[in-house]
Design a protein around this ligand. Structure first.
Ligand code: FES
Length: 342
């Protein structure tokens, strides 16, 4: 049995034993330590941590989940790594993102489905009373829930856009994919009152509360959902630090959540939001290009180094990480969550 020690972003030391035949994710789960993960097969990057000492063997994985730059910096994927020696690891998330009992599954019902621009919907659920959890919606802004398609065992993971609350409300912004089964349900079958099983909270994409650096958020499409959750919590807490939001879509008609962003700018006087449209229309007066393009221009004009939070498709994550690193932002100050394959 090998010894693994994982140091979280907020300084907690999590120790567990690992057989060389087990992935580190499974080894931790065997010790009732449930580390952040989504796909469990090397595709999403949610389980990425940094190896500080020791040797691992790393199984097949997507280059989007773990880039060559990540590997050069010592990063590994817990769902693909097996220990070959005792290990010292550091995690880019706080202890609060780790579960020490199985992830809760709770019943909820659909209370609202409405368009969010041309290619997405806003889905609102309401938890039913639960003998263990009551009604409250508990999570850390930035985390996601796994929703089960009614009448099936098909699940999809979506980030919450609202903040923790006592009345059991869960708000999601969900991109509609032409071939997606959950998308098909949302487009043509979903109705108020439908029961949906919710498993969570899960995920490690959360704000580093110990850092006093400015927070710059880079979002592609519905990747803005976890950013809105984090910004809404900053507004609730009266956080006065500098924050920027670079939010991009492909076409003008895909823009959404503009009312929420305007409200946030009122509550957070030090928030600047840049709306980015890739294929610009003649009457568009915002930024033309991707949010990564807008970020690159901003980093070139700045000497201070912010914490960068990026969520969206793999190409946006990759571009944001590469340009942030070349602008001098430290590897451990870039936090990412990429859309998982369905
Ligand atoms: S959970 Fe490890 S890469 Fe997705």
């Amino acid at each position: 049995m090998l010894k693994v020690n994982l140091l979280t972003r907020d300084g907690a030391s999590i120790a567990f034993d690992a057989e060389p035949s087990d992935t580190l994710l499974d080894a931790a789960a065997n010790a009732n330590i449930f580390l952040p993960a989504v796909c469990r097969e090397g595709g999403c990057g949610t389980c990425r941590v940094t190896r500080k000492a020791g040797v691992v063997v790393l199984g097949p994985h997507s280059k989007a989940a773990l880039t060559d730059d990540d590997r050069a910096a010592g990063d590994i994927l817990l769902c693909r790594a097996k220990a070959c020696s005792d290990l010292e690891l550091t995690a880019p998330f706080d202890k609060a993102a780790i579960g020490f009992s199985p992830i809760p599954e709770r019943s909820a019902r659909v209370t609202e489905i409405s368009p969010a621009g041309a290619g997405a919907v806003r889905l609102v659920l309401q938890y039913e009373d639960d003998p263990t959890h009551g009604r409250a919606t508990e999570f850390i802004p930035g985390q996601f829930m796994e929703l089960t398609l009614p009448g099936t065992s098909i699940t999809r993971a979506y980030s919450l856009a609202n903040t923790p609350n006592w009345d059991g409300t869960l708000e999601f912004l969900i991109r509609l994919h032409p071939q997606g089964v959950f998308s098909a349900y949302l487009k043509s079958e979903a109705k108020i009152g439908d029961p949906i099983l919710v498993k969570g909270p899960q995920g490690s994409f959360t704000a580093d509360e110990a850092s006093h650096a400015p927070r710059w958020f880079v979002a592609g499409g519905t990747g803005v959902a976890p950013m809105l959750s984090m910004l809404r919590q900053m507004a609730d807490f009266g956080d006065t630090r500098e924050a920027r939001l670079y939010f991009g879509v492909n076409t003008l008609d895909e823009l959404f959540a503009l009312d929420i962003i305007e409200d946030l700018k009122t509550s957070l006087p030090n928030l600047a939001a840049t709306l980015c449209v890739w294929k610009s229309a003649p009457d568009w007066r915002g930024f033309t290009g991707t949010p990564a393009d807008a970020l690159a221009a901003a980093l070139a004009a700045e000497s201070a180094h912010p914490d960068i939070y990026v969520c969206g498709p793999p190409a946006l994550i990759k571009a944001t990480e590469a340009l942030s690193l070349s602008a001098g932002v430290a590897h451990d100050r870039i936090f990412s969550e990429q859309f998982s394959p369905a």
